[in-house]
Design a protein around this ligand. Structure first.
Ligand SMILES: Cc1cc2nc3c(=O)[nH]c(=O)nc-3n(C[C@H](O)[C@H](O)[C@H](O)COP(=O)(O)OP(=O)(O)OC[C@H]3O[C@@H](n4cnc5c(N)ncnc54)[C@H](O)[C@@H]3O)c2cc1C
Length: 442
């Protein structure tokens, strides 16, 4: 029997693709979706920060479009950076036109200097993220956007992070495109997400829910408490009743954060458990708000590199799905990173967010806030650092040797998207099924 822990997209997709193979899917919450959920409050629907669909894998795109047939809308990205009291289009590297001329000059001169050291641009876990930014994009772009933005997002000096994850998220542009962007010539779409899809109504929750008709054996409200890896036994506790249940398995697919999994496995070697405790990450406060004024912005989302603004990103859900709120109003998600050990009061966060948005000219002093709600996303962005590079592969290999497959964004401890979580679940289900078929025919 296959046990799956966590009914986020990775766990749901594993179950969905196992089809005929017996499995049980356990989820701690009373609803499925994990990070990819939405909730309603006072006439507004909010995600756990905006979750927009970008596809790079044709198979997963086709699957999602089939599951959500007739429910998705396609949008051309309207995302901007707000700095020097100016909006410039994302990505910064190819859109400096409109910034003060000295800033544009710094960006161009710095980028041109990188062209004589092309070897330095190769991402790796020996080169720090900070060094990669400077080597790849130049001193000017580093100083005016990449360093302040990323320091705010990651809440850690960037020379503590490695650069082995950056290549698809931060593409290096060509000189012609950097120059065109400085002169305001627009003849090309850039970045990994020039367009995106999103459900027309009800928020991103419709995506995880679309897997449910293809799934049996879902147990909600049950938290994984302990795994005896040698005897292949897992103990679950019901969140409401406190009842416990023990399951025996041949394979266990875990999509919960890998440090949480290792903490629940008392018989794993001590050095691997210590390695898991050393993995680091940043948490995000997700402030979901709405004001009683239409179209406070005409953009989809905005990035804020400057330290005077406490948030790194703000999105406007009603600009990609008007059905998500009350007419005559605007809703927004505001993202503020924090170290997992630091806590702030919700009142303080909301007040800092409001005054920041007034300083940026998004809100006016007379705007009435009609909804305000704060969610703390404990695991948001994992750190790629030297410790991760050393400790993670042996941890995952040893788990797998014991029949435990740790997948998904926090199971594999990586920066991956909804599409990747679905893809990993599919791939693993196919692998486990093929192995089951081999065992039967042997
Ligand atoms: C701020 C932010 C913005 C994002 N925006 C986008 C975006 O725009 N587009 C995009 O494609 N991706 C985005 N992502 C990434 C996306 O959310 C993830 O890739 C995807 O949702 C991960 O799914 P998962 O199943 O791997 O993990 P999760 O969604 O974390 O699922 C894990 C599940 O395990 C359950 N669980 C945890 N512990 C236990 C336990 N002990 N017992 C039982 N169950 C347990 C949890 O309740 C949860 O349901 C964003 C992520 C963040 C943090």
């Amino acid at each position: 029997m296959i046990l799956i822990v966590g009914a986020g997209l990775a766990g749901l997709s594993t179950a969905y693709h196992l089809s005929e193979t017996p499995y049980r899917l356990y989820e701690r919450e009373m609803e499925v979706g994990g990070l990819c959920r939405s909730y309603r409050k006072d006439g507004f629907t909010f995600d756990y920060t905006g979750h927009l669909l970008h596809f790079r894998q044709p198979q997963i795109k086709a699957l999602v479009e089939r599951l959500l047939a007739g429910k998705l809308q396609k949008h051309t990205r309207k995302s901007f950076i707000y700095s020097h009291r100016t909006y410039t289009e994302y990505p910064f590297q190819v859109n400096t036109h409109g910034l003060p001329p000295e800033v544009v000059r710094d960006c161009l001169m710095g980028f041109i200097a990188t062209l004589t050291t092309p070897a330095a641009a190769v991402p790796s876990n020996d080169r720090s993220f900070k060094q990669w930014i400077v080597d790849n994009l130049g001193e000017g772009m580093a100083r005016h956007f990449m360093l302040p933005f990323n320091e705010k997002l990651w809440q850690v000096p960037l020379d503590e992070l490695t650069s082995d994850w950056v290549s698809w998220l931060v593409p290096k542009p060509e000189l012609k495109d950097v120059i065109s962007g400085a002169l305001g010539i627009k003849d090309k779409a850039f970045g990994y997400n020039p367009s995106f899809q999103y459900p027309a109504t009800d928020g991103i929750r419709v995506l995880p829910e679309s897997f449910l008709p293809g799934i049996t054996g879902l147990h909600q409200g049950w938290e994984l408490m302990e795994v005896e890896t040698k005897r292949r036994r897992a103990v679950f506790k019901h969140q409401a009743s406190g009842d416990t249940r023990t399951e025996h398995y041949e394979s266990l697919v875990s999509t919960i954060p890998v440090p949480e999994l290792m903490r629940r496995c008392p018989d794993m070697p001590t050095h691997l458990k210590e390695g898991a405790e050393g993995l680091r990450w940043v948490s995000v406060y997700n402030l979901n708000m709405a004001v009683g004024r239409e179209q406070v912005s005409d953009k989809h989302w905005l990035y804020f590199p400057e330290p005077e603004y406490p948030f790194y990103r703000i999105g406007f859900p009603m600009n990609f799905s008007p059905a998500l709120g009350r007419s005559g109003c605007s809703s927004m998600y505001v993202e503020m990173s924090h170290r997992p050990s630091e806590q702030h009061s919700h009142e303080e966060l909301l007040s800092r967010a409001r005054s920041g948005m007034e300083r940026a000219g998004i809100l006016r002093s007379e705007d009435e806030i009609v909804v305000a709600d704060v969610k703390d996303l404990r695991y948001a962005y994992v750190y790629f650092d030297r410790h991760r590079a050393r400790a993670l592969p042996t941890m995952l290999t040893e788990l797998e040797r014991r029949g435990i497959y740790s997948i998904g964004r926090y199971g594999a401890w990586e920066h991956t998207s909804m599409e990747d979580a679905i893809g990993q679940g599919k791939q693993l289900a196919e692998r486990l099924q093929a192995r089951g078929a081999e065992a039967v025919s042997a």
